[in-house]
Design a protein around this ligand. Structure first.
Ligand SMILES: [Zn+2]
Length: 431
């Protein structure tokens, strides 16, 4: 129920309203006895005379113009910084009781507590200054509607627009950096990052890319009412890295699988730093100069700016988080029984000994502490205590897709593979 704080005025009183306002003017212009002489009962009203009305004047609409507006109309309110429903309702001329009633009009109304600056609300108030209806457009597809029915009871609903996804594709070849190649092909920043994340367990985007690597991506474009509203998911992708082909197919569980149905998600990320922090251009020579120089000491070095976040390559437990004059600030992580990863020269560590860490969790920040000339991450990968090259070492096989989903997945995968092939043919034809 909306509590009605304003005494409901039937429509005809509107006419009297302006008379009442005029009466005040008359009071000011004429001596009071003249005015009081004209007072009378409804039976002896005189045409052309002004009569006082027993109405709460402070409840009248703010301007005469508003009072004369015939019918009712929606008004749009834009949420300002620091706004809440109470402030907006106040601007709309509604009462705290209305705020209470509307914000308690069912579970969906809780949305109104999370309004963001720039959001828009449409509010409908009837000619008697009663709350009638509210529409809050909280996302591009969803609107919260709260309306008072004829009895004043509030009815809440959410209006959901249908998103229509159409497939689109993009492909490109790496010349000097993956980022540049992605941009040149027309991918958004978000898509470039997504693609690197999809293949982040197989490919070290920071150090392993070479000129000539290429990618081929099918993704969704989303439309509402025929209008483009943004990119959706990458649904299939192929990345050829140094001649090796990696393929990812998205299944409706939101995960990516190889065309045979093995998850791309693995125990270890190929690189514990995001490629976007590594210098945007790489040396097109076959051997990375830094990699070559640092090879003798059993690790891989990622040159990056001081402060670049470094993440745990896999789930595990921190077995060392300390400082010495060789390693600087360093962190060692134990993964299961066989594997240990080591991270050296941090400017700052973000985890303590004994902490459980998740794959991708930030454990420290690139620095040049200890025996390091320039800021870089020195990364080591050990299997049963022996240093191994994380790029070539045999790692546990990834999980296969649920057996009950496999047949359906394989059908989806087959379609996408055909489309990837088709895209390649189109690309060749255009060149
Ligand atoms: Zn090193």
């Amino acid at each position: 129920m909306v509590r009605k704080t304003i005494k409901k005025l039937p429509r005809p009183h509107k006419v009297l309203l302006s008379s009442a306002l005029s009466f005040l003017v008359v009071l000011m212009l004429f001596p009071s006895d003249q005015v009081s002489a004209s007072k009378g009962t409804a039976n002896d009203l005189i045409v052309g005379q002004y009569y006082p009305l027993d109405l709460p004047l402070d409840r009248f609409p703010h301007t005469e113009h508003e009072a004369e507006v015939d019918g009712i109309e929606w008004k749009t309110y834009v949420v300002r910084s620091g706004d809440n429903l109470a402030k907006i309702f106040d601007r709309a001329g509604l009462s705290p009781q209305d705020v209470y009633a509307v914000s308690h009009a069912g579970k969906a109304a809780k949305r109104l507590l999370k309004m963001m600056p720039g959001d828009e609300l449409d509010i409908l108030i009837d000619e008697d200054q009663q709350f009638k209806s509210l529409s809050y457009y909280y996302s591009s597809t969803e609107t919260l509607n709260i309306s008072a029915d004829d009895n004043g009871k509030l009815v809440t609903s959410i209006n959901q627009k249908q998103i229509e996804s159409r497939l689109n594709y993009v492909n490109g070849t790496v010349e000097n950096s993956f980022w540049n190649a992605g941009k040149k092909s027309g991918m958004s920043d978000q898509q470039i990052m997504s693609l690197a994340n999809i293949f982040g367990w197989d490919i070290d985007f920071a150090l392993e890319l070479r000129a000539g690597d290429h990618f081929n991506v099918i993704y969704e474009d989303n439309f509402i009412d025929g209008e483009f509203v943004g990119e959706g998911n990458i649904v299939a992708a192929e990345f050829v890295n140094q001649g090796e082909v990696f393929t990812a197919i998205r299944y409706d569980d939101g995960n990516y699988y190889t065309p045979e149905g093995r998850s791309l998600r693995k125990s270890f990320l190929r690189a514990p730093v995001n490629f976007k922090y590594i210098s945007s251009k790489f040396n097109p020579n076959r051997f990375h100069p830094i990699q070559k120089r640092y090879k003798p000491h059993n690790g891989i070095d990622y040159r990056a700016n001081k402060g670049t976040p470094v993440v745990a390559a896999g789930d595990g437990k921190v077995i060392k988080s300390s400082y010495n004059r060789f390693n600087g600030h360093y962190v060692f992580i134990q993964h299961g029984e066989k594997y240990v990863t080591k991270y050296l020269h941090f400017t700052k560590r973000a985890v303590k000994v004994g902490a459980k860490v998740k794959q991708g969790q930030v454990i420290g920040y690139v620095g040049a502490t200890g025996m390091a000339e320039a800021p870089h991450l020195h990364y080591e990968f050990l299997v049963n205590g022996v240093h191994r090259n994380p790029r070539t070492v045999k790692l546990p096989k990834a999980q296969p897709i649920d057996s009950n989903k496999k047949q359906q997945f394989l059908q989806v995968a087959e379609q996408y593979l055909a489309q990837l092939e088709n895209n390649k043919r189109i690309m060749l034809a255009m060149n």
